[in-house]
Design a protein around this ligand. Structure first.
Ligand code: CMC
Length: 429
């Protein structure tokens, strides 16, 4: 028997269609409820609202499972390259050898960024956060490629925009770092693979030719895969909403970057390191900060802990923690922050407050420590997250547009004044 749901309200009964996903998740379709009954549903922060059907990423927060297009994150992180995963997310299947070569070559051919974009960047002060520079410059690409403004352009042109974004984001990301450092920018080297090319643009100087360390390039490849998509999170939802107005894909991705920047989302990786540095500078008293995090009157939170969906270990955090130990050992780095992080994790995982709220370390808890070991400064951590998340954003946008979804436009429960007359300024108290 198929499942049925009914809403009884004010003496009337409304039947709500019941939908079932491929992993047996069940949703009540309320899209016609208002037309039938005048009722809307209210769910501030979308804590329990599905915004779309999606075939991209599956996440089971209770079991701590994450899959891209049906492949487990553990297997992908272990065996795949970031570009393979990007292709998988964007086009739905793992690429054949030919498809991957074509995708990779297309990206290599578009890594160069128009020199006028560099002029725009020069207008930013060195104090500009690289995330602000990144989102502004990505948005500016809509001016250099005005065809992207046409929502009905042919599929080949959409693919070209996707290739350009994948190709240019690493270049612009590395430039945003150079801007902060006040160093001259490096140009891409198309003989190099995606991760190596980015590392070289980041770290080469006119006085020093950066040599690719395969340990570093492999670690980066894994980190980018782990960040590549995470279903309907804050930035993916932003991307879908901005894109639903048929805005250019460049502006859509700029919207995703801005959303990711916040410390409750991707900005948490920078905030974690700043928190660990603060604890270290304060004598390393982990218990004191756990107490602060538990105090309702104290705004301090343990950054890198908790997640809207995971009520179990974030599977990405588990992989990153292991990778963190490996990378530090291989690179011979001894980072005192790792000791503090491990202590903090241990204390928090045994503390009733964190246990009862199911607050576990998330992806951002250990990623900053790896980035530090790779030589990446903390202001760039969220930029690294954006590099990884780009194919996920593109996939979310593409799925939404291909399904011809309507403009995103939530309802509200109005709680302001009812109608009142205008008061002339001289009569106002
Ligand atoms: N430290 C201390 N208490 C916390 C924390 C934390 N990090 N996270 C949640 N809580 C408490 C919160 O105070 C609340 O307690 P109570 O029920 O007594 O009021 C309870 O746990 C539930 O928290 P919530 O704020 O309702 O949960 P949420 O789903 O709205 O927020 C979150 C999720 C990720 C924003 C939040 O856990 C947080 O602020 N964490 C720190 C920031 C962080 O690490 N963000 C990265 C998320 S993973 C990367 C990504 O995908 O964006």
């Amino acid at each position: 028997m198929s499942k049925r749901a009914e809403l009884h309200f004010d003496g009337n009964v409304y039947e709500l269609p019941v939908l079932e996903g491929t992993e047996n998740e069940i949703a009540l379709d309320i899209s016609k409820l208002r037309a039938q009954s005048g009722l809307i549903t209210l769910d501030v922060g979308f804590k329990n609202t599905g915004s779309t059907p999606s075939a991209i990423t599956f996440l089971n927060g209770e079991k701590g499972e994450l899959r891209y297009r049906g492949y487990s994150i553990e297997e992908l992180a272990d065996k795949a390259s970031f570009l393979e995963v990007a292709y998988l997310l964007i086009y739905g299947e793992l690429p054949t050898e030919d498809q991957l070569t074509k995708f990779d070559t297309g990206i290599r051919n578009h890594t160069l960024v128009h020199s006028d974009v560099l002029e725009i960047m020069r207008g930013f002060p060195a104090s500009a956060h690289p995330m602000g520079v990144l989102s502004s410059l990505i948005c500016s690409l809509s001016a250099f490629y005005p065809n992207s403004l046409d929502p009905y352009r042919p599929a080949e042109e959409v693919d070209l925009t996707i290739t350009r974004l994948m190709a240019k984001l690493p270049t612009i990301a590395a430039w945003s770092y150079k801007n902060e450092m006040g160093h001259p920018v490096n140009y891409p080297d198309n003989n190099l693979d995606y991760c190596s090319n980015f590392l070289k643009m980041m770290f080469s100087l006119p006085t020093y030719e950066y040599e690719i360390d395969p340990v570093v390039a492999d670690a980066l490849n894994k980190l980018l895969i782990l960040h590549a998509d995470h279903e309907q999170n804050c930035s993916a939802a932003t991307v879908r909403i901005v894109g639903s107005a048929h805005s250019s894909l460049y502006t859509v991705i700029a919207g995703g970057i801005n959303s990711l920047w916040g410390p409750l989302h991707g900005g948490a990786n920078q905030a974690v390191i700043e928190m660990l540095e603060m604890i270290a500078a304060d004598g390393g008293d982990v218990d004191k900060y756990v107490l602060k995090a538990k105090d309702r009157d104290d705004p301090f939170r343990l950054m890198g802990f908790g997640h809207r969906v995971y009520r179990n270990f974030d599977p990405r955090a588990r992989i990153i923690k292991k990778s963190c130990d490996d990378v530090l050992e291989k690179l011979g780095v001894d980072d005192p922050m790792l000791e503090i992080a491990k202590k903090l994790e241990q204390v928090a995982l045994e503390d009733e407050y964190f246990v009862s709220r199911k607050l576990y370390p998330n992806v951002d808890f250990y990623s900053g420590i790896i980035y530090r070991a790779l030589g990446i400064p903390k202001e760039m951590f969220t930029v690294m997250f954006a590099l990884g998340r780009l194919p996920g954003w593109i996939a979310q946008w593409k799925e939404m547009r291909e399904a011809n979804q309507p403009i995103g436009r939530p309802r509200q429960l109005y709680t302001g004044y009812t109608l009142r007359p205008y008061v002339p300024i001289e009569e106002r108290a």
